[in-house]
Design a binder for this molecule. Structure first.
Ligand SMILES: Cc1ncc(COP(=O)(O)O)c(C=O)c1O
Length: 398
């Protein structure tokens, strides 16, 4: 028998069709090109530009010295989950117990585990449009059908509740909400979140509330559906990534009814055994330590939001004023270009990278996402170039 030569092309057995056919994120495309563009102003990034607070790093170093380097409970250390019970009560007004909490590999890890725990092949999942692209990929590998409900720009990117309700069919298993929202930065109104929670409860549909930006707020307090609808079937997902600038530590957590947490723990057992132990000890320090780092980062995001909104407003390109997360959507419709083409041209011609709205769905196809996780100077320069580019394109159209 002749063995196939290493490296020679040969037909591979088929992969999971739905997973393999999912498109790569439209943000990655721009980010990869930006890396090849010397001196590019990077406004497409979705992570804080601040260092992880020093006391959190110190706690991680101590954890290594103290041998916190072994598996923990799948759901995470009991001591961490107890600290999260206190955080959920203090910040989110959500009553929890340690058995109703699981930690996971980042917010994405617990959201994916929730999908795996709740959704079966053929189920329908209602996703906001625009939405964080990862939800579409989760639909692919759970063999669910992702359907969009609109959050139109004319309505300040607030969810269209009529469209949401009319999209429900007997196959609808899960509704995803995300506030503060990526990509729009908009905080959904309390009345919308209340109505969606009431709808989920009345129609017997799970609600997955992505609250990964819960503490990135320029005004007001977090609004958690589970706080005002404690009996509704809700899984709420959170993360340390954004609040404490800890994206690389990969630690998130979810709160849900105990039977769902039990199912999620089985999923997580097969995905990661447990979240990284060193990160769990660091997270305990983040929760127990001073919280002024959170307020300081929020003050910077607010200042940058005002700076960028001012420039966009002056050019008539402001869509909606964000109140959370660290994003703002710029209207590029006067350019006459679809958002992907616009983002590619802006990078090529003006060396500014932004995320095309089309990466998040159809509703934002006439806008681009600007990340506020960049310095004031970079934002001022990058957004000014963006506005000038829109004007140039508009003039060229006549
Ligand atoms: C809307 C949304 N949800 C969840 C996440 C997950 O974040 P992480 O896995 O880093 O905790 C992100 C990250 O960008 C996000 O934007």
């Amino acid at each position: 028998m002749t063995m196939p030569m290493h490296g020679r092309a040969q037909a591979l057995p088929p992969q999971s069709r739905e997973s393999a056919e999912t498109a790569h994120s439209g943000i990655r495309e721009i980010a990869n090109l930006a890396l090849l563009t010397p001196g590019a102003i990077r406004l497409e990034v979705g992570q804080p530009d601040f260092p992880t607070p020093a006391h959190v790093g110190e706690a991680a170093k101590r954890a290594i010295d103290d041998n916190w380097t072994f598996y923990t409970e799948t759901q995470g250390l009991l001591s961490l989950r107890e600290a999260l019970v206190a955080k959920l009560a203090r910040v989110n007004g959500v009553a929890a117990t340690p058995d109703r909490i699981t930690c996971g590999i980042g917010g994405v890890g617990v959201l994916a585990a929730a999908f795996a725990a709740l959704v079966e092949a053929g189920d329908e999942v209602l996703l906001p449009d625009p939405a964080w692209p990862n939800f579409r990929i989760m639909c692919a590998w759970t063999h669910a059908r992702g359907k969009s409900y609109r959050c139109p720009q004319e309505a300040g990117f607030q969810p269209d509740l009529e469209h949401l309700e009319s999209s429900i069919t007997p196959h609808t298993k899960l509704i995803v909400v995300n506030s503060p929202n990526n990509p729009t930065g908009v905080v959904w109104s309390r009345s919308s979140l209340e109505r969606i929670a009431e709808l989920a409860q009345r129609r017997g549909i799970w609600l997955l509330s992505d609250e990964c930006y819960d503490q990135i707020l320029m005004d007001g307090r977090p609004l958690s559906p589970a706080s005002f609808a404690p009996d509704a079937p809700i899984v709420s997902g959170f993360t340390f990534s954004k609040t404490y600038a800890m994206t690389g530590w990969r630690l998130g957590y979810a709160v849900a009814p105990a039977p769902v947490i039990d199912t999620m723990a089985k999923v997580l057992e097969s995905m990661c055994s447990c979240p990284p132990t060193i990160s769990q000890k660091a997270a305990e320090a983040a929760l127990a330590g001073p919280q002024d780092c959170v307020a300081e980062m929020n003050a910077a995001y607010r200042r940058r939001r005002d700076l960028v909104a001012g420039i966009l407003r002056a050019h008539g390109l402001l869509t909606a004023l964000p109140e959370g997360a660290f994003y703002i959507m710029a209207d590029i419709t006067p350019s006459g270009m679809p958002s992907r083409e616009f983002a590619l041209s802006l990078l090529r011609e003006r060396a500014v990278a932004v995320a095309p709205g089309s990466a998040f769905g159809a509703v934002a196809a006439g806008a681009v996402r600007v990340s506020l996780a960049s310095s004031d100077d970079q934002l001022r320069e990058g957004v000014s170039r963006l506005c000038a580019f829109v004007r140039k394109c508009a003039e060229a159209r006549g």
